[in-house]
Design a protein around this ligand. Structure first.
Ligand code: FES
Length: 147
């Protein structure tokens, strides 16, 4: 809460944009904890619904903490034509979660992204920021078992 208080104090002083405050909280904690949104709403006297309308509009905001391992499957055009949808399906089956979800044990979060700038390596998957290119069903299963 101390860090949140600091961010709220800064916002109160400068009266910056609400979206900027949300970005700062998100950056600090890796997601937007509900209790923090409630506290910000109370302190700033801004309806909680205003916070949630922004949070749900911008898909970059996360309301749940990220898992221990962050798996990102690229579904940009180059990866898509090389089989990214099948890779995403395989990861979802292996991890038992859908894209955008975190496993119940908190081990994995799966996201899909649009092009990470390494199109020649498609279909591409990153695990905790590490690139894994030219994925096949076999290699992605092996990679998911390794992590
Ligand atoms: S489309 Fe996947 S890295 Fe560019």
């Amino acid at each position: 809460m101390e860090k949140l208080n600091k961010l709220l104090e800064e916002y109160e002083k400068e009266r910056g944009s609400l979206i900027g405050l949300l970005q700062d909280i998100h950056e600090e904690f890796g997601y937007l904890p509900e209790e923090y949104l409630r506290e910000a709403s109370r302190r700033l006297n801004i309806p909680l619904s205003r916070f949630y309308s922004l949070v749900t509009f911008y898909s970059t905001f996360r309301l749940e903490p990220i898992g221990k391992h962050h798996v990102c499957a690229c579904v940009g055009t180059a990866c898509h034509v090389r089989g990214a949808p099948l890779i995403v399906d395989t990861i979802e089956r292996e991890l038992g979660i859908k894209a955008g979800e975190t496993s119940e044990d908190g081990e994995y979060t799966l996201d899909v992204v649009n092009c990470v700038g390494a199109c020649a390596l498609g279909p591409l998957v990153t695990v905790d920021g590490e690139f894994h290119g030219k994925m096949t069903q076999k290699s992605i299963k092996k990679l998911m078992k390794k992590n």
